[in-house]
Design a protein around this ligand. Structure first.
Ligand code: HEM
Length: 123
C-alpha cells in the first residue's frame, strides 16, 4: 500500500485543492471557512510527507541522489504552501513565495513522474 504511489498522489492532489480552497475562502472574507480548510490542509501535509517518506524508504536505493532531491523539493512545496497562506492572512507580500511555490511544484511533479516508481511520463 505504501510501496506504490497511489496514496501519495491522492494526498498531494487533495492537498493542493485544499490549499487553493483555503486561499479563495480567505480572499472572499470567509475567515472561519479558511481557517478550518487550512487545518485540514495541515493534516494532509502529514499524509503527503508520510507517504513520500515511505516511498523514499522503500525505493531511494535505486537512485539516492535524485530521490534525495525529490524529498527536499516535496518538503519545500509544503513549506511554500504554508508560508503563502500564513503571509496572505497577515496581509504581507507573497509574490516571491508564489513564484517559488510554482517552481518547486513543477520541479517536484516533473521529478516524481521521471523517477522509476509509478507513472513515468517523462521517460
Ligand atoms: C505537494 C508536494 C508533493 C508533490 C506535488 C509530489 C509529487 C509526486 C509525484 C508526481 C510523484 C510521482 C508518482 C508516480 O510516478 O506515480 C511522486 C513520487 C514520490 N514522491 Fe512526491 N510529491 C510531493 C511531496 C513529497 C514529499 C514531501 C516527499 C518526501 C518526504 C516525496 C517523496 C516522493 C517519493 C520518494 C516518490 C517516488 C518517486 C518515484 O516515482 O520513483 N514527495 N511525488
Amino acid at each position: 500500500m505504501f510501496e506504490t504511489t497511489g496514496l501519495h498522489i491522492a494526498s498531494w492532489v487533495i492537498g493542493i485543492i485544499l490549499f487553493f480552497a483555503a486561499y479563495a475562502l480567505h480572499k472572499q472574507g470567509n475567515a472561519k471557512g479558511s481557517k478550518i480548510t487550512h487545518m485540514i490542509l495541515r493534516l494532509f501535509y502529514v499524509f503527503i510527507i508520510g507517504t513520500g517518506a515511505a516511498l523514499f524508504i522503500f525505493h531511494s536505493s535505486m537512485d539516492a541522489a535524485l530521490y534525495g532531491v525529490k524529498f527536499l523539493l516535496g518538503i519545500l512545496v509544503v513549506g511554500f504552501m504554508e508560508m503563502v497562506l500564513v503571509r496572505t492572512k497577515k496581509g504581507k507580500p507573497t509574490q516571491v513565495l508564489w513564484i517559488l511555490l510554482v517552481l518547486a511544484l513543477l520541479g517536484t511533479i516533473y521529478l516524481g513522474f521521471r523517477l522509476p516508481i509509478g507513472y513515468n511520463f517523462f521517460g
